[in-house]
Design a protein around this ligand. Structure first.
Ligand code: SAH
Length: 489
């Protein structure tokens, strides 16, 4: 490793750092993109690992309370000191990151750009554990790597780089744990956002530059779901690849929610979308609604979803659709940060049932919208308690958190939205389920050929049970529309 970098550090330019001649063009764009993903750093102490000549150090220094920049190449660090040493809130350390140590809970953000790919699996594993320990609970880790979608752990001969797939990184990250809080609970990483760097996609047609922003949180979920992260719960339970394939067959190509294309057309029409408007789809699934909005109304759409399985499918289809105005990212809507007024429309279909704290989520939506911006949500709701035992069991097993349509509407008002419309659409829900069920039964042969008999039976039974739960009055479906007040209102 040292030899490799010694050769390249003779002339410590940005090109050598990035091993790429298009560096200057890319550097500006990717820097803006990466910095926009980070939390607000005002009061934060930051550890930057593999800081190099300080491309990011200077940016972090103007934003954070303190930055500790670490690199093991003296010539890089010297150049970094030259450019950034005048900042009183900077510390420079020459060290090999794998041998580094800090007291527990020393930092709010640990930042690295192209570092993990120079560590072997073993080094990376123990390094991630150390990072987790150095962070305060609620602190963030950011890293960006060159990934390889084809093979995985291939190690390039001349260039000591471990090309992992993004799935390998995600797996390594989700499995590390440390003793965490005072009450003895373990802490781990939850994903805030994982996405490919758009500058590389646009300038170099390269989707393999991928970054992660993670949050250190107590592992409270383990006992409830049997999975260490909520993302794993989604990807392994309800939204396994097979689960998604089943749902899509039932709901219609591109969709994983009630009514598929028909309810999407009906509800999107309520928004009166204009070309160039910015739409955020929260829990975008495999992206059918996003392609529809972009194609029909010329809007720019960002679809986010916590399930890797969903986003992988959506991203593949975006390539076939050739629609650069639609982008997807793996992100947790309850953790992702956007600047105030980032979107004209926030759209979410049958997703928020997975999210316990609706009020906190709606407050985030309110801040992300432009004044005058619109919010449109369809979601699973419930009737007044007591519920039937069947419904109690169903909700518990799925991990849903449900409210009546009118309680739901009150959360929207409390979050600051105006002109809130909360409609109980259960009658429409029942009608749609009956149509979907009928169509499956009419096309039984085709279903079985494309999926399997087991899948067909699971779907048809699932739909019959859903009908039963809805007809008993326990399961409800709500449509919600609200706006953020215009400045002059
Ligand atoms: N809206 C899509 C998908 C609906 S399925 C459609 O109509 O076809 C619900 C989706 O919500 C799933 O893809 C699930 O992964 C996603 N989801 C659940 N919790 C989430 C969270 N906290 N952040 C982002 N997405 C979430």
């Amino acid at each position: 490793m040292t030899e490799f970098w010694n050769e390249r550090s003779m002339d410590a330019t940005v090109e050598n750092m990035m091993l790429d001649s298009q560096a200057s063009l890319l550097t500006q764009q990717e820097m803006t993109e990466i910095l926009s993903l980070l939390p607000c750093l005002g009061e934060c102490t930051v550890l930057e690992l593999g800081a190099g000549i300080g491309r990011y150090t200077s940016q972090l220094l103007t934003r954070a309370k303190h930055v500790t920049a670490v690199d093991f190449m003296e010539s890089f660090l010297e150049k970094n000191r030259e450019s950034n040493g005048h900042h009183s809130n900077a510390t420079f350390i020459r060290a090999d990151v794998t041998k580094l140590d800090f007291p527990q809970k020393s930092f709010d953000l640990i930042f690295s750009n192209w570092l993990m790919m120079y560590l072997s699996d073993e080094e990376l594993n123990s390094f991630l554990e150390k990072m987790l320990a150095w962070l305060r609970p609620g602190g963030f880790a950011f890293f960006r790597e060159s990934c390889d979608h084809r093979s995985g752990d291939s190690k390039m001969g001349f260039n000591p780089t471990y090309y992992r797939t993004d799935a390998q990184y995600s797996y390594l990250v989700s499995s590390v744990e440390v003793e965490g809080t005072e009450c003895g609970q373990k802490c781990g990483f939850e994903i805030v956002v994982k996405k490919n760097i758009q500058a590389y996609v646009e300038i170099k047609n390269n989707p393999n530059q991928i970054c992660w922003l993670l949050e250190k949180v107590p592992r409270s979920l383990v006992t409830q779901t049997g999975f260490s992260t909520f993302q794993q719960f989604l990807d392994h339970q309800q939204y396994s690849s097979r689960g998604i394939r089943r749902y899509e067959k039932m709901f219609g190509a591109g969709y994983v929610s009630t009514g598929g294309p028909s309810t999407t057309k009906e509800f999107v029409d309520l928004l009166n979308l204009k070309p160039g408007q910015k739409v955020l789809d929260v829990g975008c699934g495999i992206g059918g609604g996003d392609f529809y909005m972009a194609k029909t109304f010329g809007v720019d759409v960002l679809g986010l979803d916590l399930s890797e399985n969903m986003v992988n499918i959506a991203v593949k289809r975006a390539v076939t659709e050739k629609l650069p105005s639609v982008q997807f990212e793996v992100a947790d809507a309850t953790r992702r940060m956007f600047p105030e007024g980032s979107f004209d429309v926030i759209y979410s279909r049958d997703t928020i049932l997975h999210i316990p704290d609706k009020l906190a989520l709606f407050k985030r939506f309110h801040s992300w919208l432009n004044p005058g911006g619109q919010l449109l949500i369809s979601d699973y709701c419930c009737g007044e308690k007591p519920w039937t035992a069947v419904f109690e069991d169903y909700v518990k097993q799925r991990g849903y958190v449900l409210y009546t349509p009118s309680q739901y509407g009150k959360f929207l008002e409390e979050a600051g939205f105006c002109r809130v419309r909360a409609e109980d659409r259960t009658a429409q829900f029942i009608q749609v389920i009956e149509t979907e069920l009928q169509s499956a039964e009419d096309n039984k042969e085709e279903f079985i050929e494309e999926l399997s008999e087991e899948d067909y039976l699971a779907l048809v039974n699932g739909w019959r049970e859903k009908l039963g739960r809805s007809k008993s009055g326990d399961q409800r479906w709500g449509l919600f529309y609200a706006t953020k007040a215009c400045l002059k209102e």
